[in-house]
Design a protein around this ligand. Structure first.
Ligand code: NAD
Length: 455
């Protein structure tokens, strides 16, 4: 049995049977058998089902949000925000799926026609993280199902109850149970899933697990997408609107208790505005309420995985030992559960783990820089490349910097933002492949080249 604890209280909230290796094989075989009939349905049939799933999510918004908060420790207002955010992503997919995979006639000289069709991959694995289970799951299973794939879905062991609700709602909406099959469990169940014959693996999680999966799948040439971690930087120029930048970046660093793949993890500030920025940033952070995630006013909830507290402790100790100045926080929150105080450092540099390794918690370093060249060099001094931002009143200056940052998404005067209309991808150790946008619909298909010569 998988034991599920509330990370904010430590309380055991559920025990759920884990999938055995035999069940994983059985579900994979059933998905293989069921997929062709699903793909053969008209697109409108699949669109109608996903539309019903959307309606059901909205109808059950409150209990679903409570479940999410209880199992991952996310503040209740942010749990609601995640589910309503998924509705907007579903709307994009419903609107775009048909056109994105419509066959394309690309040549016709009277004798020969050339056409591209976009066929479903087949049976795909969706191995998901816990920090945004609706988002990172939905980025995969919604377009995968719409484009005619069967999905073997392994929710994170830290978001299992949410994963089971997602499966129930999809089944109630009309997705056959063999076409969307949840597999409950941790890494061992994920590993058993990867043993199955698969046509695609769509993984969201840590770099370490992603690398393990890439090694395992390499000899089999299975299509693989990895959405991994980041160490996302932002740079505040000397011409920025400092109070607005500070407010936006405090939110970007601390939202979801710092447990977003695209959390702001490092901030560089031009020396001319450094003091004013730090003051405004601290004041924004001090305004965030920490504590019980079920409290409507709470902004910082629990650290979902207890071992991450050790990572945060170690980054704080390393930064302090190397001369960083602690402005607030720096310790676990007293009381039950996995709390960590919002933590802000200045006088940081790139010898510190805090500025180089993913924190995945409410911990941030702010480094003063002499100008754009130094900021750019520091932003690119990382093995990751998920997102990066520049705050400036000058669009030309900001765009010139952002064009040279090694990152999949770049932000001018904003941060920690994901749009269904834009591709979501990482460079370097942040992963390979992409989700979202029309490219992220086609990611679940393979093109077939048709050479058609009329007799
Ligand atoms: P994780 O790597 O521990 O787990 C991710 C998933 O992989 C879970 O479902 C887990 O059970 C499964 N898994 C573990 N070992 C496996 C194995 N050997 N074979 C197959 N599956 C296995 O990551 P996590 O703690 O759930 O997620 C946090 C990480 O995810 C952070 O680094 C974060 O930045 C990243 N993330 C990235 C994005 C993105 O879009 N780039 C989005 C969300 C989270």
């Amino acid at each position: 049995m998988l034991k599920i604890h509330n990370p904010a209280t430590g309380e055991l909230i559920a025990e759920v049977p884990q999938a055995s290796a035999a069940l994983v094989t059985e579900r994979a075989r059933a998905a293989r058998r069921a997929q062709p009939a699903w793909a053969a349905q008209p697109m409108q049939h699949r669109l109608d089902i996903i539309q019903r799933f959307r309606v059901a999510l909205l109808a059950e918004l409150e209990p679903l949000a409570v479940t999410l908060t209880r199992e991952v420790g996310k503040p209740i207002s942010q749990s609601r925000g995640e589910i309503t955010g998924l509705l907007a992503r579903i709307d994009f997919f419903l609107d775009q799926a048909e056109a994105a995979i419509a066959p394309e006639d690309v040549f016709d000289d009277g004798a020969t026609r050339e056409r591209i069709s976009h066929d479903p991959l087949g049976v795909v694995a969706n191995i998901s993280a816990w920090n945004y289970p609706y988002f990172v799951g939905g980025n995969v299973f919604v377009p995968a199902l719409l484009t005619g794939n069967a999905v073997l879905y392994k929710p994170s062991e830290f978001a299992t109850l949410t994963g089971l609700h997602i499966a129930r709602l999809l089944h109630e909406a009309g997705v056959p149970s063999d076409v969307f099959a949840p597999l409950v469990g941790g890494g061992a169940v994920g590993a058993a899933l990867l043993e199955q014959p698969l046509d695609g693996v769509f993984f969201t999680g840590s770099h370490a697990t992603g690398q393990r999966i890439a090694r395992l799948l390499a000899p089999r040439f299975v299509k693989l997408q990895l959405e991994l971690g980041g160490k996302d930087p932002s740079y505040v120029c000397d011409d920025a609107d400092v109070p607005t930048a500070a407010e936006s970046l405090a939110d970007g660093a601390m939202y979801n208790t710092g447990q977003s793949c695209c959390s702001v993890e490092r901030i560089y500030v031009h020396e001319r505005v450094h003091t004013a920025f730090v003051e405004a940033f601290l004041s924004a952070v001090r305004g965030f309420k920490s504590g019980d995630p079920m409290d409507e006013a709470t902004y910082l909830g629990a650290i979902t995985r207890a071992p991450q507290l050790g990572v945060l402790d170690a980054q704080v100790a390393d930064a302090v030992a190397k001369g960083a100045r602690l402005l607030c926080g720096g310790a676990r929150r007293p009381g039950p559960g996995n709390g960590f105080e919002p933590t802000v450092f200045t006088d940081v540099n790139h010898t510190m783990d805090l500025m180089r390794e993913e924190s995945f918690g409410p911990v941030i370093g702010i480094q003063s820089v002499s100008g754009d060249d130094e900021a750019l060099a520091l932003m690119n001094d990382t093995r990751y490349g998920l997102t990066a931002g520049v705050f400036s009143r000058n669009g030309t200056r900001a765009r010139s910097l952002l064009a040279r940052v090694n990152a999949g998404s770049v932000y001018w005067n904003c941060c920690d933002r994901v749009s269904p209309r834009l591709p979501w991808s990482g460079h370097g150790d942040s992963g390979i492949g992409l989700t979202l946008s029309t490219h992220g619909i086609r990611a679940f298909t393979r093109p077939r080249a048709w050479h058609l010569r009329t007799p």
